[in-house]
Design a protein around this ligand. Sequence first.
Ligand code: DGY
Length: 334
Amino acid sequence: MRKRLVAYGRLKPHHIAQLQQDFELDHFIQLESLEDPAFLTALANANGLINSSLKIPVALLDKAPKLEAIATISVGYDNYPVDALTQRNILLCNTPDVLTETTADTGFALIMATARRVLELADYIKRGEWQASIGEAQFGTDVHGKTLGMIGLGRIGAAIARRGALGFGMKVLYSNAAPKPHLETELGAEYREMDALLGEADFVCVTVPLTPQTKHLIGRREFALMKPSTIFVNIARGKVVDEPALIAALEKGEIQAAGLDVFEQEPLSPESPLPHMANVVALPHIGSATHETRDAMTQRAIDNICLALQGERPISLVNEAVWSQRQGTSSQTG
Ligand code: DGY
């Protein structure tokens, strides 16, 4: 019997057709509520879930007793209760690698746009205010040759650091759970304790995943450690930063500017002052949002779910323990 798959989020017709070849597919583009009866019925029978942005609480897993695997169309997996999935023997697969360079491009675009005040000055022209040569009041800050402080130096962090070091002659500092000797060799990156990095870097760029340990990693104390000339960039997750503390630091001139792709609440509340501040470049979580990369991410998620539901090891697995346990069980029974 063909396995049943629930898909959540917008998918292109060729991806839907691909999934329909292998599975009985129930596709939901958007839900008003997790209590949607058609969704709950589909979930009750689902062997697999492919999901782009739905937050999955533990209680929802109780309603999916046949679930064997979830493939998220993202590298981040903070929308999932990983421990509960592991306890229930459900594989969780994500999409690293295929979005690294695109997300690093977005991170670097934020560095450039904030330093050179690109949006603010483009608006200045739109408003018809460019009537004489610009003066110092409109000058920006150099990026090349400055010090880039990376909070987190995983795949995306390393790709941003590479752009900075090799493309812009920047000195790279990093703070990370584990030292990265190969990047120290490749980029001349230097490890710093986070507090020291915050005081030394001209650009502070956050790329750590959101975990209970990194929630509000950057708050009032950390902004106070930065220089008044610091440009702060968050390309990770909004909740890694205490947003009221960020707003206060920008208002008080504790830091110079911020480039933000992510926010504590997404979509950003219309009440938020952030997109209206002249020294902020705010983007609607577009890190990986190019045609090519979103297509590659969806394809990776499809490949992951197909492999997982065929009993094969998915390409990118978050909870390795489930796979090891399944292998152990099958070698004992086989
Ligand atoms: C991810 O994959 O986690 C990104 O944030 C999506 O853009």
